[in-house]
Design a protein around this ligand. Structure first.
Ligand SMILES: O=C([O-])CC(=O)C(=O)O
Ligand SMILES: [Mg+2]
Length: 204
C-alpha cells in the first residue's frame, strides 16, 4: 500500500544561507536564542546524539513518520523519503522513540546518494561503526540498536508533521543540529533568524 504523502514539495534553501548558518559559532545555541526572541520555532535539548560528535547539520526537513505495525504487510519508507528530498535536505525520521533501528549503513548511503546532508532519527540506528567514520553522513538518533525495524514498524506518512526530541518538525522547516541539540526554524523565518544570529551582541 502506498504511504500517504502530505506535502509534495519541500523547497531547497540557498547554499549561501546554509553556509552562513553553519558558520555561526555554537550554531544551535544562537538559533535557539533567535527563535526565543521571535517567538517561533522549536528547540530540542541533546536527547538526540550525533553518531559522530562534532558534526553540524543545516537543511530543510523532509519527514517520515512510523507507527508500530498493526497489520501483516508493514513497509519501511526511508528510500521513499530520500527520493522526495531536494538537494541539501535533512531527513527527519520519527519512529516514535522505537527501539528498532530504522537507519543503518546502507540506508545512510542511500540518503547521501540522494543528496540528503544528514539524518535525524527519533528512535534508533544501527551499524554504528560505519556511521562514525570520518566521511560518514551525519546521523543523530535517540538510541542505537542491533535489531532492525522490518515487520515491526510501518510507514504512516511522508512529509507530514513529525516529532523529534520532543518538538514538532514540519516539512520545509530549516533544521539545525550540533552537539548542543536540534532546532527547527519555520521556513518563513529562515532569513529573520539568520539575521538575528549574525547581529546578536551577546556571546552564546
Ligand atoms: O537493514 C536495515 O533495516 C537497516 C540497516 O541495517 C541499514 O540500513 O544498513
Ligand atoms: Mg545495515
Amino acid at each position: 500500500m502506498a504511504v500517504p504523502v502530505r506535502v509534495a514539495d519541500v523547497a531547497p534553501v540557498p547554499g549561501e544561507v546554509v553556509a552562513r548558518y553553519l558558520a555561526l559559532p555554537d550554531m544551535t545555541c544562537a538559533v535557539a536564542d533567535a527563535l526565543d526572541e521571535l517567538g517561533v520555532g522549536a528547540v530540542a535539548a541533546d536527547v538526540l546524539r550525533a553518531a559522530r560528535p562534532g558534526a553540524r547539520l543545516c537543511g530543510p526537513a523532509v519527514t517520515l513518520r512510523y507507527e508500530v505495525a498493526r497489520h501483516g504487510s508493514p513497509v519501511l519508507a526511508d528510500r521513499d523519503l530520500y527520493r522526495l528530498a531536494p538537494p541539501g535536505a535533512v531527513a527527519v525520521i520519527d519512529a516514535g522513540g522505537s527501539e528498532y533501528a530504522v537507519v543503518g549503513e546502507i540506508s545512510a548511503g542511500c540518503a547521501r546518494d540522494a543528496g540528503v546532508v544528514g539524518v535525524l532519527v527519533e528512535g534508533a540506528v544501527r551499524d554504528f561503526d560505519a556511521l562514525t567514520t570520518a566521511d560518514a553522513l551525519p546521523v543523530w538518533s535517540r538510541a542505537r540498536s542491533p535489531r532492525n525495524a522490518r515487520g515491526r514498524l510501518d510507514a504512516a506518512e511522508l512529509n507530514g508533521p513529525a516529532r523529534l526530541g520532543g518538538i514538532a518538525v514540519l516539512p520545509g522547516d530549516l533544521v539545525v543540529a550540533d552537539d548542543n541539540g536540534v532546532a527547527a526554524v519555520p521556513a518563513d523565518h529562515v532569513t529573520a533568524v539568520l539575521r538575528r544570529c549574525e547581529t546578536a551582541t551577546d556571546t552564546v
